[in-house]
Design a binder for this molecule. Structure first.
Ligand code: ADP
Ligand code: ADP
Length: 231
């Protein structure tokens, strides 16, 4: 089996003396093929982040299993999964310039400087920021920062990229433009990805397939074309 396989996953948060516990993800199963971009779409609080975090290994599974390329991830620690993460606030390193932000994962992998330079230039071009390597992070707009964060996340060639509302902090016009750019970048780099969003238009733009979630459950999974045609 290739790609990501999520089987009957349950994620639960324990209650306190004052509050009842929450079942955030309630027996969800889905597959993401190699090279495919899947959007996880649903209203705030429906469990999207919890499912993504469970796949990343940041949240324990109460039940079910997650495997990648046929390997059960239960005993694969977070840093060994080879997954990339991108959040709403890309959280760039403020004291590194753009190039050294994108190069970060490559430095960790021990990629030699000359190769790093080429790969950084290529990635910056992919996200529409050719020539930005020497820019200070503080001089970037919000949209540019998220583009750099995307380039940094892609630099180590993650087997799977997990994006959690990566555009939600941006204004609507910029979101629409960036959603197209993210889609094109993921396609150009043949990245397998799960993209969490509460925004229909964004999900339909970015993804090959959309998984619609509500109250911890998966309602349907289909292509944007077929979901649009559905009543
Ligand atoms: P979404 O990403 O769709 O907004 P979440 O996965 O963040 O949804 O949340 C799903 C449910 O789990 C919500 O009811 C939320 O309040 C609850 N929840 C999320 N994180 C925690 C946590 N760390 N502790 C307790 N409850 C949580
Ligand atoms: P160092 O990491 O030794 O401080 P530099 O400051 O020269 O190296 O560059 C920082 C990072 O940004 C390096 O990984 C380098 O490959 C990359 N980089 C620097 N300048 C450019 C550029 N003009 N185009 C693309 N990448 C660059």
């Amino acid at each position: 089996a290739e790609g990501l396989s999520v089987r009957d996953v349950v994620v639960r948060y324990e209650g306190t003396r004052r509050e009842a516990g929450t079942t955030a993800v309630d027996h969800v199963s889905l597959d993401v093929a190699t090279g495919e971009v899947l959007a996880l779409l649903g209203p705030s609080g429906c469990g999207k982040s919890s499912l993504l975090r469970a796949v990343a290994g940041l949240e324990p599974l109460v039940a079910g299993s997650v495997s990648f390329a046929g390997q059960d991830l239960a005993r694969v620690p977070v840093h060994r999964r080879g997954f990339g993460l991108l959040f709403q606030d890309g959280q760039l390193f403020p004291h590194r310039d753009v190039g050294r932000n994108v190069a970060y994962g490559l430095e960790m992998q021990g990629v030699p400087a000359a190769q790093r330079r080429d790969r950084v230039a290529e990635l910056l071009a992919d996200v529409g920021l050719a020539g930005y390597a020497r820019r200070a992070v503080s001089t970037l707009s919000g949209g540019e920062k998220q583009r750099v964060a995307l380039a940094r996340a892609l630099a180590p060639r993650p087997r799977l990229l997990l994006l959690d509302e990566p555009l939600s902090a941006l204004d609507r016009q910029l979101r629409e433009k960036l959603a197209i750019d993210v889609r094109d970048t993921l396609r150009a780099t043949r990245t397998t990805a799960v993209f969490v969003t509460h925004d229909h238009a964004e999900a339909f733009t970015v993804a090959d397939r959309v998984a619609v979630m509500d109250a911890g459950r998966l309602l349907q999974v289909d292509t944007p074309e077929r979901l649009r045609a559905a009543p």
